[in-house]
Design a binder for this molecule. Structure first.
Ligand SMILES: *Cc1c(COP(=O)(O)O)cnc(C)c1O
Length: 227
């Protein structure tokens, strides 16, 4: 399969999923997850009209961003607090704010004049090995973030427990939607985004309210080892 075919098949599947759940296509943003893939592949997908790309590793991301600075770059991997200084004014959206130490670093370094848009990463499966805020801690964390006007929370993100069967992930997506509604109610705010759904389960995620899906393999093919 060519990148052209892959990309257009993904776009078609997004349209179908939107249609089936009676949602407008424009409600769902596609992020092409390009980790471990070459700048040539990124340029090709960009030539088909894709603007938003996601990267997990800061070093790798910074190299690519310097070559294609006009694309919209999303940080979707865990970010060590000590790397925070390297990413100021770099990413359109950071999906992985999920710890107090990272919050403190961001607050310290992001200029008030250009606030950083973020999503709060929720550890929706309560997995010991995954980062993110536990669902029961979301109110306390949100309250902390609200105190700082250089950090803009646009919504929630999750990486649910891996499962071959997308239906098994549906309950986590539903829990995310409910959690978002609870935060909105508690803090009288409107959260724009739910970033959830990857190659294996984005159709289910769209049915449950995802506004951002992060798709790598279905577009770029399987990943080689970490570069
Ligand atoms: C790698 C990655 C993706 C993309 O996964 P695919 O299964 O290749 O679509 C999405 N989100 C995060 C956080 C990732 O690390």
């Amino acid at each position: 399969m060519s990148l052209y075919d892959n990309y257009h098949r993904v776009k078609e599947n997004i349209s179908l999923a939107c249609e089936q759940s009676k949602r407008a296509n424009e409600e769902v943003q596609l992020i092409a997850v390009s980790k471990f893939h070459s700048i040539e592949a990124i340029k090709e997908v960009a030539s088909y009209g894709q603007r938003d790309f996601g990267e997990n590793y800061i070093q790798e991301a910074l190299g690519k961003i310097s070559l294609m600075p006009d694309l919209n770059w999303h940080a979707i991997g865990a970010i060590q607090s000590k790397k925070t200084k390297d990413i100021i004014n770099t990413f359109k959206l950071i999906h992985t704010l999920g710890s107090n130490s990272f919050l403190e670093e961001l607050v310290k370094r992001v200029p008030i004049s250009s606030p950083q848009d973020v999503l709060l990463q929720i550890n929706i499966g309560r997995e010991a090995q995954k980062s993110g805020i536990m669902p029961e801690d979301i109110f306390a964390f949100f309250e902390q973030v609200l105190k700082h006007n250089n950090i803009n929370v646009l919504g929630l993100m999750c990486l649910p427990p891996f499962d071959d069967e997308p239906e098994n992930t549906r309950p986590y997506f539903i829990e995310m939607r409910n959690l978002k509604e609870k935060v909105e109610e508690e803090f009288k705010v409107k959260l724009k985004h739910l970033s959830m759904g990857m190659s294996g389960d984005f159709k289910v995620a769209i049915a449950e309210g995802a506004t951002i899906i992060r798709v790598g393999t279905d577009i770029f093919g399987t990943r080689a080892k970490k570069i």
